[in-house]
Design a protein around this ligand. Structure first.
Ligand SMILES: Nc1nc2c(ncn2[C@@H]2O[C@H](COP(=O)(O)OP(=O)(O)OP(=O)(O)O)[C@@H](O)[C@H]2O)c(=O)[nH]1
Ligand SMILES: [Mg+2]
Length: 435
């Protein structure tokens, strides 16, 4: 479920991490080359052993072996330049005390040979070197250990803009609604820009957190709690009336059977109204399901008034103390004015407590647009998204609730009666951004 969405998010996390790591490597290299340039006068102070900085730079750009060469070349530089030593210690994981002692001795020997001003310069570089060691220590805590962040980088807009733009396009391709994709990108950008990175793993962690927050904000929508409403109906004796609406073939009838089965098992007594009197075979289809799950069905002839069937079902529930009336309706295109009016008539006659829009997850943006139209026509209170079991994209699941500001209540996850699950935003967040 939603594999493609998951892939897009993990791809973005990977790209942002890569981008910032390579930038950091470049920053380190730049510092090194600057250090080399500024150290030329020092080298000329009269120490003959120093290797040519230009040659070292060349070696530095080649292989790991060359890095070792650079390090060993640098050992010589260290004799007069404490700063050099710390820079190249990123590549040299050698830090035994013997070396340090030797270095101290060499340094003091060197200082005695220098004029007071030169000695002061060397001491201040020693201090810098200590500070660099501090950050090196931090680096050593990291598992990867190859290099560490020398400066604590702050994420800038420039670092992530292109990658987030790519994500936005990918989300749109994956049937995420435009407004939802934009909100995700803006929220992630707002979260990340200005954050300071101290550890290599920070980038990935911060990006994942930012995405989780963005998606959670999108998915969390206030709405009715079906379980509470049914409980309440049982207490008051007035049945809870739910009308299921949507375009043809989205899974309304199957979903009603699943919901009926669910509440039968929870100890309630639902009744179904066969208010799809329009489609051939619809009454037989729902009667068959009702029988399978063991609930009463109220039905009229094909072509009868759907509102009248619903009315009878509500009367039956009241008379028999049943807590739940589930009203099936004919599938209709949102553009079919007559059928949309017929649905409104059911609404006027029975005044359902809830209108639930049933959408097919596989239809992506279309499902979102349908939800918008049905909401405008009858005022949708909640959404059930079916066929999520076959939906890799996840665009509709991510967008639909946010677009019409109504929550997804259930997901249909198969054709069996038990294939329905309550929808919880945190579950979806884990599904697409879990480790
Ligand atoms: N894989 C899968 N199939 C489903 C799911 N829900 C419904 N279906 C299938 O979708 C098809 C249509 O389901 P129906 O319940 O008849 O849809 P409907 O909305 O009532 O259709 P109309 O009455 O013609 O508007 C059936 O073959 C169902 O088995 C689901 O969650 N997963
Ligand atoms: Mg149907």
């Amino acid at each position: 479920m939603f594999e493609s969405l998951k892939k897009k998010f993990s791809g973005t996390i990977g790209k942002i991490s890569e981008q910032l790591s390579s930038e950091e490597e470049e920053a380190i290299k730049e510092k090194e080359s600057k250090a080399e340039t500024t150290s030329i006068p020092d080298l000329e102070v009269g120490k003959k052993e120093v290797t040519s900085p230009k040659t070292e730079k060349k070696e530095d750009k080649t292989s790991g072996k060359d890095e070792e060469k650079v390090a060993s070349g640098k050992e010589k530089v260290e004799e007069i330049d404490g700063e050099k030593k710390s820079r190249f210690s990123f590549f040299r994981r050698k830090s035994d005390t013997e070396d340090a002692d030797k270095q101290d001795k060499d340094d003091s020997k060197l200082k005695t040979e220098l004029s007071p001003d030169e000695a002061a310069a060397v001491s201040s570089k020693d201090q810098e070197s200590d500070m660099d060691k501090e950050s090196e220590k931090e680096g050593e805590e990291e598992p990867s250990g190859l290099f560490t962040f020398a400066t604590h980088k702050t994420i800038s807009e420039k670092d992530i803009d292109d990658i987030l733009f790519e994500l936005e396009l990918a989300l749109l391709e994956g049937d995420v609604a435009m407004e939802v994709a934009e909100q995700i990108i803006n929220s992630v950008k707002e979260d990340l820009v200005g954050r300071k990175l101290k550890r290599r793993g920070d980038v990935a962690q911060f990006t994942r957190e930012a995405l989780k927050k963005a998606i959670s904000d999108i998915l969390v929508v206030d709405g009715p709690n079906l379980n509470e409403l049914v409980q309440q109906a049982k207490k008051t004796g007035e049945p809870l009336k739910i009308m299921f609406v949507g375009v043809n073939g989205t899974g309304k009838t199957t979903t009603i059977s699943k919901i009926a089965d669910h509440y039968v098992k929870a100890g309630y007594t639902p009744v179904i109204a066969a208010s799809d009197t329009f489609r051939a075979g619809a009454i037989e289809q729902i009667s068959h399901h009702a029988e399978n799950v063991g609930v009463k069905i109220i039905r009229h002839q094909k072509g009868a008034d759907p509102a009248a069937v619903a009315y009878d079902a509500v009367e039956h529930a009241r008379a028999q103390n049943k807590e739940l009336v589930l009203i099936d309706t004919a599938g209709r295109m949102q553009t079919n004015v007559n059928l949309m009016d017929e649905m409104k008539k059911i609404q006027r006659v029975v005044k359902p407590d809830l209108a639930i829009f049933v959408g097919d997850a596989l239809t992506g943006n279309d499902a979102v647009e349908q939800a918008r139209k049905f909401d405008e026509a009858v005022g949708v209170d909640g959404i059930i998204l079916t066929k999520a079991d076959a939906d890799a994209k996840g665009g509709a699941a991510l967008s639909i609730g946010h677009v019409i500001n109504k929550p997804i209540l259930f997901l249909g996850v198969g054709q069996g009666y038990g294939d329905i699950m309550e929808f919880h935003p945190e579950w979806m967040v884990e599904q697409v951004l879990g480790d």
